[in-house]
Design a protein around this ligand. Structure first.
Ligand code: HAM
Length: 424
């Protein structure tokens, strides 16, 4: 019997791992610059946390959670997103006592029982950022800048920021009533799910991907017309900050996001290069969630990046994953050269350079072929003659430029291979 992975669960294989690492390294650098600290929460949580946190009427809670019962009959769930877990950890560990503003990030797998398709998996990975303790639009602008900065650093250009305001409880209540009336007149044109949503959670109708539903609500009222003075001011101020920073955006009054905890600012970053699953990040403010989950009345804002989708973009762009290439391949010809090269390789590897060479005696052609296959950055060719003369050829495999180097200074020269940071 051959075992295969579960549908919608995917192996991340060595030939794509460089993209993942590059994304994580870039994210970690940006998080550092913005003063974020890492937190790691368990993958399994009590089901009630997500029911309450995300909202019973959302697709995630009503149909997509991987829930199981433990031996005592308690319902547990594989986290479908990280925000509820991070909020739980923030409350349980009283992180707010350490500093009035807490900035946390986490990276890891999430689980949603959705219909798998390109860009949509049942186990997928997110980079999450959450900022607790500030209610002003400046932190909204900061979070959006952080998210956009991540994509800019990875040279992903075809991306668009969509922003909306979902208002506070008061303005949303008024909008919900108005929307219910509007949808009530169009029930015949809506899908079965949306007919139910029209009563239970009308904003979710904007999430529906079915074209007929989209057409039926094409002239639906906009939440932006229902914002109270405070929410309106907050949203305007965010736009001013974004303009000042130089981040362009699309005002998208239909952006409601698929989770119920959002208040005021909601945003999504979309790409034109991935087809239907075009959201590479999404987030927003969730000022009521900490209190709802039993904590103090602390405001918060956050976002999550879908790592599989960003990796797909990086792969399309053939993003230069320099980290995933040997720094040097040593092509050694003859017993003596093999032995000496082995010493060089071991010393340099212990100092952090990635050095490759063959284990047994091979001809130059075979070794060059292997260096090419490994995508080595440089190749050093050493045989009896080179050892005798003390000079050898170092070939840059990208530019094809060859230089003659002095083998007496071999460690100094190799030292410079990886930007000079290694210490061979
Ligand atoms: P979300 O919009 O559900 O938000 O997910 C964020 C991102 O995760 C999406 O934009 C997408 O790139 C990726 N994603 C979601 N589902 C899948 C899937 N099935 N397969 C592949 N990628 C997927 C949240 O999860 C919120 N917790 C974000 C947040 C943090 N809001 C405040 N703080």
């Amino acid at each position: 019997m051959e075992f295969t992975s579960i549908k919608g669960f995917k192996d991340i294989l060595p030939d794509e791992i460089a993209y993942w690492q590059q994304l994580e390294i870039t994210a970690r650098n940006i998080f550092r610059a913005f003063g974020f600290q890492e937190i790691r929460t368990p993958i399994l949580e009590k089901t009630e946390l997500f029911n309450r946190g995300i909202g019973e009427e959302t697709d995630i809670v009503s149909k997509e959670m991987y829930s199981l019962k433990d031996s005592k009959g308690k319902s547990l769930t594989l986290r479908p997103e990280a925000t509820a877990s991070v909020v739980r950890a923030y409350i349980q560990n009283r992180l707010y006592l350490k500093s009035p503003v807490q900035k946390l990030f986490t990276i890891g797998p999430m689980f949603r029982h959705e219909r798998p398709q390109k860009g949509r998996l049942r186990q997928f990975h997110q980079i999450n950022a959450e900022l607790f303790g500030d209610s002003g639009p400046k932190s909204d602008a900061e979070m959006i800048t952080l998210a956009m900065g991540l994509f800019e650093s990875m040279r992903l250009n075809d991306i668009t920021l969509h922003i909306n305001s979902l208002g506070c409880d008061q303005c949303r209540e008024k909008f919900r009533d108005e929307l219910k009336n509007y949808l009530g007149l169009r029930l015949d044109f809506l899908c079965r799910d949306c007919r139910r949503r029209a009563h239970t959670n009308p904003l979710r109708v904007f999430d529906c991907k079915i074209e007929t539903c989209n057409q039926a609500i094409s002239d639906a009222p906009s939440i932006l017309q229902f914002l109270c003075q405070e929410c309106e001011r907050h949203f305007e101020s965010l736009q001013e900050y974004l303009n000042r920073i130089g981040i362009s955006f699309v005002l998208d009054h239909r952006l409601v996001r698929g989770l119920d905890y959002y208040t005021k600012t909601a945003f999504e970053i979309q790409t034109g290069e991935l087809g239907a699953q075009n959201a590479i990040a999404g987030g927003g403010r969730y000022d009521g969630l900490v209190k709802l989950l039993g904590g103090p009345d602390h405001p918060a804002i956050g976002f999550a990046v879908g790592m599989e989708r960003v990796v797909a973009l990086l792969q399309q762009k053939r993003f230069e994953a320099d980290h995933d290439r040997p720094d040097l391949f040593i092509a050694a010809l003859g017993k003596k050269a093999e032995e000496i090269s082995f010493d060089w390789a071991i010393k340099c590897r212990r100092d952090g350079l990635w050095i490759e060479m063959d284990y047994g005696p091979k001809g130059l052609k075979a070794q060059m072929k292997r260096a090419g296959k490994l995508n080595a950055k440089k190749v050093l060719i050493v045989g009896e003659n080179e050892l005798f003369s003390g000079k050898a050829v170092l070939r840059n495999m990208d530019t094809k430029v060859q230089e003659e180097i002095d083998l007496n200074n071999i460690y100094d020269i190799l030292n410079r291979l990886d930007g000079g940071e290694q210490n061979c």
